[in-house]
Write a protein that binds this ligand. Structure first.
Ligand SMILES: [Zn+2]
Length: 249
């Protein structure tokens, strides 16, 4: 089994609103090539480059697992013409109920449905050897995570926005959730089974006895064209967060 974080989420907000930089994770097991979440429009140009850099083919992806139907997780499905598209049944029902939930791109749902490749998951199931879906409600009613169990690795949960960042995993307190109490239950459930958590908008997290440890760093660069800041070269601004740790509450 292989798990590779193609894009690491970023937990920030900016003066303009939400940054919406989410995680996109590649999972390979038993001949299946799975992409967990497909990012937002801001990853549209980078996604093919990241695949190419890793020697992966987008045509080979046989499953897209959408953690939930928010705009920063469900775009770019058109790059993967052969993939089944898995979404939790409760998320589909939530989207179709026309909820007051601004991050849902409601126009997109019928388009994805029209591919004929959308499959709704009704209960947790093994989709590849050692890779099981986990209904993880709270952030939205139909959030779905993936649990990866292999002899060669600690139990790893790809959480999506069921757990957006280090703070949420450590405290059980969430922001921007449809139901905070249900989110807290889901986070406890994931904390009980996972050794590693890949959250929707942060670094890879390790659960230790009484602490959550972010084991990776975050580094993004904002580039401004030459002439705007410096007369003859582009300006680059670093956004970096080093590995940190936080006590579990
Ligand atoms: Zn998100």
């Amino acid at each position: 089994m292989k798990i590779d974080v193609l894009f690491q989420g970023f937990p920030g907000t900016i003066t303009r609103g939400y940054m919406s930089w989410s995680s996109i994770v590649y999972v390979e097991s038993g001949g299946h090539k799975i992409l967990f979440d497909t990012g937002g429009m801001s990853e549209h140009t980078q996604l093919p480059k990241v695949f190419k850099a890793r020697g992966l083919s987008m045509d080979d992806i046989d499953m897209l697992v959408l953690s939930h139907f928010h705009h920063d997780h469900v775009m770019n499905y058109e790059y993967f013409p052969k993939a089944r598209i898995l979404l939790h049944e409760k998320e589909a029902a939530w989207v179709l109920s026309d909820p007051d939930d601004w991050p849902i791109p409601k126009y997109l749902f019928p388009v994805v449905e029209k591919t004929g490749r959308l499959e709704l998951i009704a209960k947790d199931e093994e989709i590849a050897p050692g890779v099981t879906t986990l209904h993880s409600p709270g952030h939205t009613p139909g959030c779905m995570s993936l649990v990866a169990r292999g002899a060669d690795r600690p139990v790893t949960v790809l959480a999506g926005d069921a757990i957006k960042n280090l703070t949420e995993l450590a405290t059980g307190e969430v922001a921007m959730s449809h139901d905070n109490a249900v989110s807290a239950q889901t986070i406890r459930k994931i904390r009980d089974i996972a050794a590693i958590v890949i959250p929707g908008h942060d670094r890879t997290l390790k659960i230790e006895a009484d602490e959550i440890v972010a084991v990776t760093a975050l580094h993004e660069v904002i580039t401004v064209p030459a002439g705007v800041v410096y007369p003859d070269k582009p300006a680059q601004f670093d956004l970096a967060i080093e590995p940190t740790r936080l006590k579990i509450r």
